[in-house]
Ligand binder design. Structure first.
Ligand SMILES: NC(=O)c1ccc[n+]([C@@H]2O[C@H](COP(=O)([O-])OP(=O)(O)OC[C@H]3O[C@@H](n4cnc5c(N)ncnc54)[C@H](OP(=O)(O)O)[C@@H]3O)[C@@H](O)[C@H]2O)c1
Length: 246
């Protein structure tokens, strides 16, 4: 992995990903809306910026050229297939064999086996309905974006973030295949670590064509899980490059 493109680089998650990618020694190309270019001022001498809407196919075609990996923030803004248009353009124009990592939330399900709390279900229903009413956000389009990604034969990973908080890094988050697994119960990840997981996924082939749901590695549900005696541990998938919780 030498050169990576970050689609949605100027957002909160995007800027953390830019920093991690530079720390990994990658060459970075960032895509963001023209009006947000100045949010990347801190990196302007270190990365190439391609200004434009992320669902603009010409912008994406130019930005992903020669990139070994593409990190995409799937944002459900407006009602013009912003997420699905972005994801489709990335899949259509990325170099053959490139690693494609997409961000989204826990509410996306790949196989329908996730178990959601009533709070999350109510939030998605109420927030999605109000946002659609005011034509602000199109949650269904992010579902469509992920449906297309899951159906593609590219080397994708969809990283499903829990609730997020700001703060210093605690290390690489832990993941599990399904929301509802006890290890994820704390439902909290530092945004900087969500970004770290996205960047680390570029070189983790175990995550190809998977949709890991992540949680902070220092949260109570992870700490509780890792101290339980063997045999009492609920079945869960987990990886953490610093510590294997098996
Ligand atoms: N927030 C959470 O609690 C949460 C929880 C779980 C998962 N996630 C996932 O994390 C990722 C990042 O989310 P975030 O909440 O942390 O926000 P974020 O990183 O700030 O990203 C928001 C993105 O949307 C873009 N954007 C904002 N308004 C826009 C508009 N009107 N039209 C087009 N693009 C617009 C931003 O670009 P500009 O810089 O140009 O504004 C930015 O790239 C998303 O994939 C989200 O699903 C978030």
């Amino acid at each position: 992995m030498k050169k990576v493109c970050i689609v949605g680089a100027s957002g909160k998650l995007g800027r953390y990903m830019v920093q991690h990618a530079l720390d990994y020694g990658y060459e970075v190309v960032g895509v963001c809306r023209e009006k947000s270019v100045e949010k990347l001022d801190a990196f302007k001498d270190k990365i190439v910026i391609v200004p434009g809407m992320t669902n603009d196919r010409i912008v994406i075609e130019e930005a992903v050229k020669g990139c070994d990996g593409v990190l995409t923030v799937l944002a459900p803004w407006g009602v013009q297939q912003y997420s699905s248009g972005t994801a489709q353009a990335v899949m259509d124009f990325a170099e053959p064999g490139a690693r494609l990592i997409f961000s989204c939330g826990w509410h996306i399900t790949q196989d329908g086996k996730d178990v959601y709390s009533w709070k999350l279900k109510a939030f998605v229903k109420v927030f999605g309905g109000i946002a659609r009413l005011f034509r602000l956000v199109e949650l269904d389009d992010r579902v469509e974006a992920c449906r297309r990604i899951f159906a593609s034969n590219t080397r994708w990973t969809v990283v499903r973030g829990s609730d997020l908080e700001e703060g210093e890094s605690q290390g690489l988050p832990v993941w599990s295949e399904h929301v509802g697994d006890p290890i994820l119960e704390s439902n909290l990840t530092r945004r900087i670590d969500f970004a770290l997981f996205m960047v680390a996924a570029l070189e983790n082939d175990e995550l190809i064509q998977k949709a890991p749901a992540i949680v902070g590695c220092q949260t109570p549900s992870v700490l509780d899980w890792s101290t339980r005696p063997l045999g009492v541990k609920p079945e869960a998938k987990y990886t953490n490059s610093k510590r294997q919780l098996k």
